[in-house]
Write a protein that binds this ligand. Sequence first.
Ligand code: PGA
Length: 254
Amino acid sequence: MQKIFAANWKMYKTRAQASQGAGELASGLGQLPAGHEVVVFAPFTSISCVADAFNGKPVLSAGGQNCYPAEEGAFTGETSPAMLRDAGASWVLTGHSERRHIMGEDDALVARKTIFALEHGLNVLLCIGETLDEREAGKLNAVLEKQLSAVFSAMPGNLRGDALVGRLAVGYEPVWAIGTGKVAGPEEVLDAHAVTRALLQKLVGETANRLPILYGGSVKPNNAAGLMALDNVDGLLVGGASLEAKSFLQIIGA
Ligand code: PGA
């Protein structure tokens, strides 16, 4: 199974700070085991700085945090997958909870973005996750199913089965654990990742066993190893603790 350590820099870092941070990551990263990959999702303005700093290191990739599902056109403020690739990105995030809950993106738009990005040559980290209210109302499974099936039921034939392997990863991020310092406990993570794997199996069959599922939400150097040891946790998506190269490297090393 591919293992992915992803940094989500959100709306942080100028270009100079991004070059410095990505440079520190590139020089501080030791030899990774085969199949491990590190992706930094940077703000649009600094994707090229990250890509330049990573140049020539195949396990390090740059990604965008959003894209719009059209090749070009009158979409003020938006960025196409081709533009992200031109800036040096090979990955994009879709469905991050801040896009869903602050920017109001619904499942249908997340599905369009995910599929369009895959069709236009980007790998996608598709984020899903429930709010605290949804969890407390016993709706975890229903929410994850709704978010995943919106994407996979619209997936075109040429993006089914093995075509997705190495191209698509799923990030499970309980919304109540993002940026709050509240990590989901091992039982909660095990359960949600097992539910996600089972839903993926229902939607894409055996291919599901080769799609990495990342955990995200208040991942820190001191909880990374415990999370990675859990079944069905194939990587980590790190926000706050990825802003300093030192702590992100500790998470990768854990
Ligand atoms: P956090 O963010 O690690 O700061 O909780 C995770 C994310 O939003 O991807």
